[in-house]
Design a protein around this ligand. Sequence first.
Ligand SMILES: *Cc1c(COP(=O)(O)O)cnc(C)c1O
Length: 376
Amino acid sequence: MKEEMVQPIPVSEPLLDGNEAQYLSECIETGWISSEGPFVQQFEEHMAVKAGRQYGIAVSSGSAALDVAVSALRIGAGDEVILPTFTIISCAASIVRAGAQPVVVDCDPQTWNMDVSQIENKITASTKAILVVHIYGLPVDMDPVMQLAEKYGLFIIEDAAEAHGQTYKNRPCGSFGAISIFSFYPNKNITTGEGGMVVTDDENLAERCRSLRNLCFQKQQRFIHEEWGWNYRMSNIQAALGLAQMERLDQFVKRKRHIGQYYSRLLRGVDNIELPLMKTNYAENVYWVYGIVLKEEVAFDAKEAMRRLGEHKIGTRPFFWPMHEQPVMKKMGFFANESCPVAERIARRGFYIPASLVLTDVQMERVSQSLKEILK
Ligand SMILES: *Cc1c(COP(=O)(O)O)cnc(C)c1O
């Protein structure tokens, strides 16, 4: 191929060719652009139903949803929350900002999800909740986590930001525990540009979330506040996008699975990399992203692999960096002697390749070919 003919393949691109434009122009035509517009409630209702929940509370991001969820459960000073070390900073941030103590567990080397067999050892008298995060398209093994929560009287906060439309033993991700959250960032399975949602079955918790996202204005005396809240409201414009995206979620999930399975077929026989599991005994991967981990025999790390793929004009992203290795946490005195060897390894050896909904089979073939070349 001639250099100038090679088109870049971005790591992620949204697919917006359903009713998005129509619903957006409705916002303009009707003048409903703030969070007071009608799409917000419709989107909340649709998402709640899809997640098998009673209530949905739309917010401005997935990170905001985590803040609201932690705060709604009144988690604070003196409390400990167990979470995977291999996750996005938003999870730890919501715990630390609430004044609570994050306690991390390492991940499973195959699913990259939190190793649930390590949770019980971390439970103390101060543990208040387990924050589970479904990583990269495969759910956490929820049954043992639910049993622990029951046994020790802990809340479960479920981060389903990467798992819209995914199920665990046929039950929707987003339906587990006291409260669950979603993100609608453009690289997620469905997008609102920026956006997130909290879902729950508990009416009081839902009411509390609505208040927390709206500065804790009170119904009776609007400008008198009993508690700190945030302006984390979602606009009607974002919800318009979300509603149009929701209509195609099942189709999107099918497409994601096709992408993941096709990559796995194309990369079969490349011995020096680990690929995502196609399924476990409780779920089929939705491949939110398609992750790759370099085995020991590869002489370079993920950074170098990504640089080389960049030369082939292929977009990539590194894996998450473990929470217990975050400078911002170390500076606060957290995790002084923590060791999570699996997360530490995959953070350095792992990255993901383009896997968004607009990707064509031909593009996947090119990505796989480039991967094989750089790994030779
Ligand atoms: C993307 C993501 C978030 C944060 O969502 P934003 O909308 O980007 O704030 C939280 N948790 C997980 C697991 C995510 O992947």
